[in-house]
Ligand binder design. Structure first.
Ligand SMILES: Cc1ncc(COP(=O)(O)O)c(C=O)c1O
Length: 397
């Protein structure tokens, strides 16, 4: 009997992962009595999020691309994305034949600034893509109001935000037209590589599924497997594709791991929140590090713990702080990605000349601390290292 060592690096995969993987192979990749593994993932995810439809994908980038195509983004169309987000958020509008327009972020929440969104809308804007960075939901009330005023669609990128909620208690990803999540390995839940997208609109769900599922015409909003009369299916006159599509499907083996992970979603998120809150408590009164501001009543699901390093104003180098933290037993500190418009990949696009002053300033200061510790002992070690580092640099925490 195969097992995974709960004290080893695979500790996150000690639920039903092996059992479901075996089921997929035992069934020869055919659906078992409970349906296919992908269908089970989609059903459980939709139920957990309170969405009508969920569609499994092979990444949280392909979800965004397929959704943009399904939402009608095409040549000349603009998609508004925050400048402070990973390159994928800039690539996907290009993949759809449109282009990304970057907007600035708020200096305290680090999230898309609705006032700047309003400024950058043109008659070619089709979609606003809020990115719920670090586990925190953007100001969706303001963004939805802007979208309604201008007749735009809203695609929420929740790759980093599982069960984060806004001050009204709404789960990120369930507020706009569609919400997209990633199962890449650093995320709250992982199957190595994978993604899922959800929405409440049947026509949109069917369209997203077809774009990601090779355009097979028998696909529906609810299912990737529709039984077709064999006499029809095997007839030379059977036409299969009613639109152009990509093969972005989630495979049975990653779906098996994803299903086991979704079953334990709450527990994984609570671990990250516990680490984030411990860091936040440790920083009370710090002059050097200012945590991502979370509005009253909102829940930050802490994909990572993000903070602005104001030590630069006190003559402390970002790299020195990181080195000291690590020498005290801290995990690494990640910097924020380059602002999208500064990435070399976009040098020949319209993005190259963009200006987002808050993002450009913030990006040189942001520090992202890991939140994937497995227990209180590991969390305490990180907090102790942070406090020792702050004191080393004269902070009065
Ligand atoms: C905010 C954001 N959007 C999109 C993605 C893309 O997800 P994936 O790596 O699954 O393609 C990521 C993940 O790295 C992300 O952090």
């Amino acid at each position: 009997m195969l097992t995974i060592d709960p004290a080893g690096p695979g500790w996150r995969f000690t639920g039903n992962e092996l059992r479901y993987l075996t089921e997929v192979l035992d069934n020869g990749f055919s659906a078992g009595a409970d349906g296919s593994m992908v269908e089970r993932v989609e059903a459980l995810f939709a139920e957990t999020m309170g969405l009508s439809y969920a569609i499994g994908f092979n990444s949280g980038t392909s979800t965004l691309h397929a959704a943009m195509v399904a939402l009608g983004v095409g040549p000349g169309d603009e998609v508004i994305v925050p400048a402070l987000s990973p390159g994928m958020c800039g690539f996907t509008p290009l993949h759809a034949g449109g282009r990304a327009v970057v907007v600035d972020v708020d200096r305290d929440t680090f999230l898309m600034d609705p006032a700047d969104v309003e400024h950058r809308i043109t008659d070619r804007t089709r979609v606003i893509m809020p990115v719920h960075l670090y586990g925190q939901v953007c100001d969706m009330d303001a963004l939805m109001a802007i979208a309604a005023r201008h007749g735009l669609k809203v695609l929420e990128d929740c790759a980093q935000c599982y069960l984060g909620t806004d001050p009204k208690g709404r789960i990120g990803g369930t507020i706009g037209d569609a919400g997209s999540w990633s199962f890449e390995n650093s995320k709250h839940l992982s199957c190595g590589e994978g993604g899922i997208i959800g929405c409440d609109d049947a026509a949109l769900a069917e369209s997203i599924r077809k774009v990601g599922g090779l355009g097979f015409r028998n696909l529906t909003a609810a299912s990737g497997k529709v039984r077709v009369d064999r006499d029809k299916l095997q007839d030379p006159a059977w036409a299969r594709h009613d639109r152009i599509g990509y093969n972005y499907r989630l495979g049975g083996l990653p779906a098996a791991v994803a299903l086991a992970q979704i079953e334990r979603m709450r527990a994984f998120i609570d671990l990250r929140i516990a680490m984030g809150e411990s860091f936040r408590r440790a920083l009370a009164g710090s002059a050097l590090l200012r945590p991502q501001a979370t509005p009253e009543g909102a829940v930050n699901s802490h994909y990572t713990f993000a903070a602005r390093f104001d030590g630069l104003d006190h003559g402390i180098a970002w790299q020195d702080f990181r080195k000291t933290f690590m020498s005290q037993g801290g995990d690494g500190i990640y910097a924020a990605w380059m602002p999208i418009h500064k990435e070399p990949a976009f040098r020949d696009t319209a993005l190259a000349g963009a200006r987002c002053p808050v993002t450009e300033w913030l990006q040189t200061r942001l520090m992202q601390f890991t939140t994937n510790q497995r227990d209180a002992a590991e969390r305490d070690a990180q907090v102790d290292a942070l406090i020792a580092t702050l004191r080393h640099f004269g902070d009065t925490v």
